[in-house]
Design a binder for this molecule. Structure first.
Ligand code: URA
Length: 431
């Protein structure tokens, strides 16, 4: 068996055996298989797919490529959530402290930006000193002592996903159902989560463009979770327009802080309350969704979720003055607001175009080694369904240069589509 044969087999649309998948993933984790072979294999999987058995084998091989945490002696039940990636999705920053403040411990392994979608790790690194890399023992003691950890892909946990995730980001191999399912579920299994809420995004600003694909991905992840003894539910959420108003790392951290203070955008706040409620139910902290909803609302309004976020920043070595005074976060040199060109109802805001534009402004990576500009991004001032008057604020750009500002202005203006007749707001979740 060798890597080239396995690549050729998938290229030729053949089913890989469990042994071949294990061989390939072992080779990645031990760095015996170089990036160029991994990239070729990813493209073959992207184009030719994998069946459920292959995807389950891939997930388990990736989960077992490093350490698999057993947290059953650390916390009564470890709940977690994971989004499949969207634009303006800073949900983790609000939901994890909110759930932890309700009394359910949360130890989360987050990712970096992928394609046009942002990543929680890139966002939290806006806070100077905030550490996301922990040894197993550090992760466990933080979780046991504080009930909340936001960690990155460490060398020890699902390292094969670490290798593949970085390559997928820059090789056009992100939006594949088996690759997303195995990436998400291997991290959750390795990280020791016992109960998981999956937030599967649908729309132009997500990797699943329609409900059918989103349902397929959800069923696959739920069934992999069950096979590995985890409780898993999947929510289907809207991602045609950005979630909330801010897109870009520092801007999103600020919006999460506003939300924890009860002053976040309505759609984003509602999204967080809904996801958190499901986490409380699956984590057995509430008997049903109504009871859970009452508890998360009370916890958010009391300021306890904010206090929990603040403690997490301190416990993970971050400079808490940056979250107490978010104006200290990096500011882009060019900040300007663009006004609505005409009266009308907002019919469409293309989340993908907004995500791609912010990546081009420097908020994401185009090559593996690219550095992120935390300050840049966009704030949209209206959502689909809003009535907008000519001259009203439409969006504010935070750009690194005049040239980048002009590029983004043209593209984001085009991403807004108006209608003369009334337009319905988009739903937040689908059944
Ligand atoms: N999140 C992940 O962890 N992996 C993916 O492939 C997509 C979203």
């Amino acid at each position: 068996m060798n890597a080239v044969e396995i690549i050729i087999k998938k290229r030729d649309k053949l089913e890989l055996t469990s042994e071949e998948i294990q061989y390939f993933i072992d080779g990645l984790a031990s760095k015996q298989i170089p990036d160029y072979q991994a990239a070729a294999w990813l493209m073959a999987v992207m184009l030719n797919g994998m069946n459920e058995r292959e995807t389950t084998d891939l997930t388990m091989a990736m989960a077992n490529s490093g350490e698999v945490l057993d947290l059953s002696h650390v916390v009564p039940i470890e709940v977690d959530k994971h989004s499949t990636g969207g634009v303006g999705d800073k949900t983790t920053l609000v939901v994890e402290p909110l759930v932890a403040a309700c009394g359910l411990p949360v130890g989360k392994m987050s990712g970096r930006g992928l394609g046009f979608s942002g990543g929680t790790l890139d966002k939290v690194e806006t806070i100077p000193g905030f550490r996301t890399s922990f040894s197993r023992d550090e992760f466990i003691s933080l979780l046991r002592d504080t009930g909340l950890v936001l960690a990155g892909q460490s060398g020890d946990l699902a390292p094969a996903d670490g290798v593949l995730y970085k390559l997928r980001d820059v090789t056009g191999t992100v939006d594949s159902i088996p690759l997303i399912a195995s990436s998400v579920m291997s991290k959750k299994i390795a990280g020791g989560a016992q109960a998981i809420v999956l937030d599967v995004k649908i729309g132009v600003g997500a990797f699943m463009k329609n409900l059918d694909d989103a349902r397929k991905l959800s069923h696959l992840m739920v069934s992999i979770g069950k096979l590995s003894g985890r409780k898993v539910i999947a929510l289907l959420s809207e991602m045609n327009q950005p979630l909330g108003c801010a897109v870009g790392n520092a801007l999103e951290v600020k919006e999460a802080i506003d939300t924890l203070h009860g002053k976040g955008p309505a759609d984003f706040t509602e999204h967080c309350l809904h996801v958190a409620s499901h986490m409380l139910v699956i984590g057995e902290k509430a008997k049903n969704l109504d009871e859970a909803r009452a508890l998360v609302e009370k916890t958010l309004n009391s300021g306890k979720a904010w206090q929990k976020f603040r403690s997490m920043v301190i416990n993970q070595g971050g400079d808490v003055s940056f979250v107490d005074h978010p104006e200290k976060m990096p500011l882009a040199p060019v900040i300007e607001t663009i006004n609505a060109p005409a009266d009308g109802y907002l019919k469409w805001i293309d989340a993908k175009e907004i995500g791609e534009t912010t990546v081009d402004m420097g908020a994401g990576r185009k090559k593996k080694e690219d550095l992120i500009d935390h300050a840049v991004g966009v704030i949209i001032h209206h959502k689909v369904g809003d009535k907008v008057n000519k001259g009203e604020d439409l969006f504010t750009l935070h750009a690194s240069s005049r040239e980048s500002f002009e590029m983004a202005k043209t593209r984001i203006l085009k991403a807004h589509e108006f209608s003369d007749s009334v337009c319905e707001p988009l739903p937040l979740f689908y059944n």
